[in-house]
Design a protein around this ligand. Sequence first.
Ligand code: IVH
Length: 347
Amino acid sequence: MHKDTNIAHLSANEAEAELIRLSSVLYRANHAYHNADAPILSDAKYDQLKQRNLSVETAFPGLKRANSPSDQIGAAPADGFSKLRHAQRMLSLGNAFTNEDVTEFDLRIRRYLGLSEQDNLTYTAEPKIDGLSLSLRYEHGMLIQAATRGDGQTGENVTENAHTIADIPKQLSNAPEILEVRGEVYMAQLDFDALNQSQTAKGDKVFANPRNAAAGSLRQLDSEITRRRPLRFFAYAWGDLSTPLAETQNGAIERLVNLGFSTNPLTRLCDGPKAMIRHYRQIEQQRANLGYDIDGIVFKVNSHALQQQLGFVSRAPRWAIAHKFPAQEEITELLDVEFQVGRTGAV
Ligand code: IVH
């Protein structure tokens, strides 16, 4: 069977074989991306295979595998790090690739909440930072734990490393007694270029892109190496909380700013799919000049009460979606090189 065979033409046996193939490719790609910080597939190819896996499962629901890639988040924590169990799971996001997907997202939410198209419904639009997510736990205002997402349930303990990142406050005033702040560790493009130059000069590993450099720098067993790497952090979400931060996503982001966190300055409120799509286009135009990589816009229902009503499906919230930008880079596998000798003997 050709790997791009139209799903509608698959027999049940072929569909089963295709799900096995996809889960194996996606498992290897996940491990390379999350544990080795060295991707083997481009993000676009990965999304495409994940989407194909989901489409085969939708066409053949009975064949969905117990450990389907659709239900997986990231990868299990790597050896070498101690493990931390998240008090609240760190989730992933569903993807939108087209304007129609965004309109459909809004309609789905309205249907679920019993709202008409005329009812007001506000969303936040936040850049989707291309780094790696980190959960920071504060107790009585002190940073006591930092964990990577890992498989969503259990992450890697990178507490000492997080203490070396300037953007991450180590102590908070007027914070809830228990507060888990979640966000993205990333590397600015200029810092990434400088790091790779110095790695090359030392004969050390160079990184494929700023995301890999950020992940490889945070996931160091020696925190002194992390300290020398130019890592940054944007806060955008939270986990365990003793008292709510605010009644809305936007309000919670403002509260995080007041507590001393960096949040993304391009966060906006949108009053429906038209405004969401317009904002997506505007940020897409600015994307190349931001100085750091983003791979889409995340839309979230602004009201926390509505978020709670909407809840979650499998690994992602119903109330949020990531509208992805088209791929900027592709990783291509060089399969073969043919040398030809010309008439003059030149190769
Ligand atoms: S919200 C429950 N907001 O995207 C929702 N995620 O594909 C949790 N990401 O694991 C995530 N920027 O690593 C959210 N503004 C943003 C984000 C963001 C980047 C990452 C994050 C997450 C992944 C989901």
